[in-house]
Design a protein around this ligand. Sequence first.
Ligand code: COA
Length: 140
Amino acid sequence: MIRYQHDLTGVGADDLTGFFEGWPTHPSAADHLRLLRGSALIALAIDGNRVVGFATAITDGVLAASIPLLEVLPAYRGAHVGRELMRRLLAQLADLYMVDLCCDDELAPFYEGLGMRRAIAMVRRNYDAQAGRRAPDLDT
Ligand SMILES: CC(C)(COP(=O)(O)OP(=O)(O)OC[C@H]1O[C@@H](n2cnc3c(N)ncnc32)[C@H](O)[C@@H]1OP(=O)(O)O)[C@@H](O)C(=O)NCCC(=O)NCCS
């Protein structure tokens, strides 16, 4: 049975495998854990010990938030895990003026089903950093 949580209690890098499907390069499990730690809010779907879906939000805490990442492992898709992760994040952000995210056109109905609406987005991608920014060197 899938359970949901909003912190990293009991979650290690070993529990974060199989994500970033289709990314030519992607963060390691350790960097995945690091980006979850660095997010203002997270929602995790967990089956046993394994994380099977996650969503992240970053926010200024006053007006605005964005949701950069949402993914459900392929074997768990189509069972409303993605919707539940989003529902939980959006509920925690309900008192903010703006919540933005980018998605491909075919996913717009998924987000419309969560009360969001289409807009034009502008993005920049630095593919040299697709596996994640280098961790700060703690020795210096
Ligand atoms: C997008 C994603 C998170 C959806 O997760 P999921 O758990 O399979 O989605 P759900 O089962 O919660 O779907 C909720 C509803 O949205 C619909 N939906 C899901 N994916 C959809 C898609 N690609 N296109 C259109 N509708 C979709 C479902 O059919 C379902 O509709 P229903 O309520 O009528 O049954 C998942 O497919 C995924 O991880 N994809 C790869 C990563 C990705 O694209 N992330 C989003 C980045 S913007």
